[in-house]
Design a binder for this molecule. Structure first.
Ligand SMILES: [Zn+2]
Length: 389
């Protein structure tokens, strides 16, 4: 059985590394590698192009047999501008809670996984357990993509993946897909007294933003529903607009960013296409009639596929058994699970702590949550040590 103090000690070490996504994660990775080295566990880096960040993949047990992945990201969101009661990069215990950036999202889960490795190594596992430790999840699930590409090419496909994002150890089978784009509307400037001779970029951006809102309203009114979500339909919105310099100048540039978050019944790409088509077929011809160089360009910002693991999937049944849960849910936030699933690896999201604490000041994970997660992993280890499927 996993000792809770070992999980807490490891969490203390992990939180001590400032792995905000803009920083290198190599010092934290080196710590994990030396920990695995002491236990005789082989590991492999899958680095980014610059060498400043890396994923780590480790296997405990027979690598040539299908097994289970425990997946977690090492990066955390910034603490800039947040008011913390204690140093966010020093794990601090108060009232049965452990405070620190990443305590819930999601170093707590990584700590529980790593704390269980000695037991995994001591048991004779029939099915392997893999650790998939990634970077740059918080900036668009970037890092894990190369790791998953490796899995796609591997001769043995894992049976499933548990993504340890904070769900209060609830079994989560789905999340929405997402695409976000940056739009640059290029018009033609002139003195505002001569406004019809210019192409007002802010006004054309406004028309496109209204189009996005109309699509969102249509989805809210008559789009398909999935009652397992808090917002049971696909959403879209514009979150940022920049344009113009002075009222007496017709603006020649307006930049804005929008997103769609789609339930499985909607195609997020088709929604983006609808926006792009309106831009190309309705707005650009009007703009070009005044100024041929006027145009609207779209740049991909980030996105990830949705997760939609069928309730009847073996992995969902296993997750429920290991967690002692009778039901499952879907969540509003995205995870790496959609990418694993898209590679043909069934995935379930389950991890300690609450998403309500993630990304905020005084982020914490309750010690009782780490205990529950430790129990879940202990039962997974027992499952992988027995001959059952
Ligand atoms: Zn996370």
């Amino acid at each position: 059985m996993t000792d809770i103090q070992r999980s807490i000690d490891i969490l203390e070490a992990l939180v001590g590394f400032d792995t905000t996504s803009r920083n290198s994660n190599l010092p934290l990775i080196a710590w994990i590698e030396s920990y695995l080295d002491r236990l005789g566990i082989a590991h492999e880096r899958i680095p980014d192009a610059t060498g400043a960040k890396t994923n780590v993949w480790a296997t405990i047990g027979p690598a040539a047999t299908p097994g289970y992945i425990l997946s977690g990201h090492t990066d955390v969101v910034p603490t800039d501008g947040q008011s913390w009661s204690s140093d966010p990069f020093r794990l601090t215990r108060r009232d049965g809670r452990l405070f620190g950036r990443g305590a819930a999202d999601m170093k707590g889960f990584l700590a529980c996984c790593l704390a269980a490795v000695p037991d995994m190594a001591a048991r004779r596992l029939v099915r392997p357990i893999h650790l998939a430790i990634s970077y740059d999840e918080e900036v668009g699930c970037i890092g894990v993509r190369d790791l998953i590409a490796r899995l796609r090419a591997a001769p043995v496909k894992p049976l499933g993946c548990f993504v340890g994002e904070p769900t209060l150890m609830g079994v989560v089978t789905g999340h929405k897909s997402k695409r976000s784009l940056r739009v640059s509307v290029h018009g033609r400037t002139c003195h505002s007294a001569l406004a019809p001779q210019g192409v007002n970029a802010v006004e054309y951006a406004a028309r496109l933003i209204v189009k996005i809102r109309e699509i969102a309203d249509r989805l809210a009114r008559e789009g398909p529903r999935d009652p397992l979500y808090d917002v049971p339909y696909t959403t879209g919105h514009t979150g940022l607009v920049n344009g113009g310099t002075a009222l007496n100048i017709v603006p020649d540039l307006c930049v804005f960013e929008f997103e769609f978050r789609a339930i499985a019944a909607d195609d997020v790409d088709a929604l983006v296409d609808e926006v792009v088509r309106y831009s190309a077929e309705t707005l650009e011809p009007e703009m070009k009639a005044v100024a041929p160089q006027a145009r609207i360009t779209f740049e991909e910002k980030s996105g990830f596929p949705g997760l939609e693991t069928p309730a009847a999937d073996d992995l969902v049944a296993l997750a429920k058994k290991l967690a002692g849960a009778s039901h499952h849910a879907k969540v509003a936030f995205g995870t790496e699970g959609g990418l694993f699933a898209a590679a043909g690896i069934p995935s379930v999201v389950i991890g300690p702590g609450s998403i309500d604490q993630a990304h905020k000041a005084d982020e914490f994970v309750a010690i009782s949550e780490l205990e529950k997660c430790g129990g879940f992993i202990d039962r997974l280890v027992a499952h992988c040590a027995s001959a059952g499927s």
